[in-house]
Write a protein that binds this ligand. Structure first.
Ligand SMILES: *[C@@H]1O[C@H](CO)[C@@H](O)[C@H](O)[C@H]1NC(C)=O
Length: 202
């Protein structure tokens, strides 16, 4: 239902796949909102390798067609020398919505018409559960409440299950829905595929 507006067989497939192995989900329970974007991938690489790729923000420009850059900053939005993400540090995200055509590398030019910048707070970096989350804090939470979750788990065959989900709540969520829902869903799918390709090539 949430994805009624999203197009393509891929999304349906991802969705059914997610449902089929729902008992394997390592995402926390997220209350529904106005809309959500969600994607997953089965990655033929060790969990630790995928986790390292996911948290290595300085390398995002080399592979990520959706989140082109994520810079860890202090509370004053000043970039930090050490880009290791920790809870309660801030994140300046430059996203392409919809994502850039793949593959991308660090020299790929942005599409300025589709460039979005977002100011976020890192809310979870859980190295034991392999969950990470950050929340948009440009607007008060009563207006727009959106937190992007990503989680990893190991499947019975030893492969790594990557999941990503963001639920949008609050009145501004309706605007985001109209303007960006489809592009965000494409971005989540593109990042899942690119993460898989990156981790499997290491
Ligand atoms: C950022 O997230 C941390 C961890 O959840 C929380 O303790 C802190 O209050 C948040 N800061 C802001 C400015 O939202």
């Amino acid at each position: 239902m949430l994805f009624s507006r999203s197009t393509g067989v891929l999304i349906t497939l991802t969705w059914s796949l997610g449902a089929a192995i729902a008992q394997q989900s390592n995402l926390p329970d997220l209350a529904p909102g106005i809309f959500s974007a969600q994607s997953s991938a089965i990655i033929d690489a060790p969990l630790q390798t995928v986790w390292d790729v996911l948290l290595d923000f300085p390398s995002y420009p080399e592979w990520n067609p959706f989140s082109r850059s994520q810079v860890v900053t202090n509370a004053l939005w000043i970039p930090l020398e050490d880009q290791t993400p920790h809870e309660n540090l801030r994140l300046i995200i430059q996203a392409q919505i919809p994502p850039l055509p793949t593959p991308v590398d660090e020299n790929t030019s942005p599409n300025l018409l589709h460039a979005q910048i977002s100011f976020e707070n890192i809310t979870t970096i859980d190295h034991a559960l392999h969950r990470a989350a950050w929340r948009a804090i440009m607007l008060p939470e009563v207006l727009l409440d959106s937190e992007r979750w990503q989680a990893l788990s190991t499947l019975p065959d030893g492969k790594t299950f990557y999941e990503s989900k963001e639920v949008f709540r609050g009145p501004v969520g309706y605007v985001v829905d109209i303007l960006f829902a489809e592009g965000l869903q494409e971005g989540f799918d593109a990042q899942a595929t690119a993460l898989k390709n990156r981790a499997e090539s290491l």
